[in-house]
Write a protein of this length. Structure first.
Length: 170
């Protein structure tokens, strides 16, 4: 993940017990092209990672979140310029003994928005409900701008893993 890793993970530490370095299991990431076929690729990548981490039972919720985050990045954060090089959209999956994080990096510095009417989700809207789904199936989500030389933002979702799987670690 490079030097942006600690910046990307800082919001994930708020309100949670500290991460014991010994509890880190694995992380993987992949680049995605500026094409909606990337959503299917992101789901397949997620399935492979969850199978490897013996978390296949979490696939439905995690895949829904990954699909929404990648779709939002492609729809709202990727420049529409013909002939422009594919911007950096990356999917990161990070696994600790007590949590799983899905993060999508995109080139836009604009904050993600949800469709709301009077403070409530507008379920009649044609789009804009994706982040409400992310909020409903994950244990938390957020976003932040990238720091340093990287431009854009990261939108992430956190899944707590059952303590019974790993009773002695964070």
């Amino acid at each position: 993940m490079g030097t942006e890793g600690s910046t990307m993970l800082e919001p994930l530490r708020q309100g949670l017990p500290p991460i014991d370095p010994a509890s880190v299991s694995s992380s993987v990431s992949c680049s995605l092209t500026a094409d909606y076929a990337s959503v299917r690729e992101a789901r397949a990548f997620t399935k492979s990672a969850l199978d490897r981490w013996e978390l296949a039972e979490r696939f439905d919720d995690v895949a829904l979140v990954v699909s929404e985050l990648v779709t939002n990045a492609l729809r709202h954060a990727v420049p529409d310029s013909p002939g422009a090089p594919d911007p950096a959209v990356r999917l990161h999956l990070m696994h600790w003994t007590s949590r799983l994080v899905c993060a999508v990096r995109d080139p836009s510095e604009a904050s993600p928005v949800t469709a709301r009417t009077g403070g409530e989700p507008d379920f009649a809207a044609e789009s804009g409900r994706g982040l409400h789904l992310v909020e409903a199936v994950s244990d938390g989500w957020g976003w932040h701008p990238l720091a340093g030389t990287l431009r854009g933002k990261v939108v992430w979702a956190l899944f707590r893993l059952p303590a019974s799987r790993f009773p002695l670690q964070g």
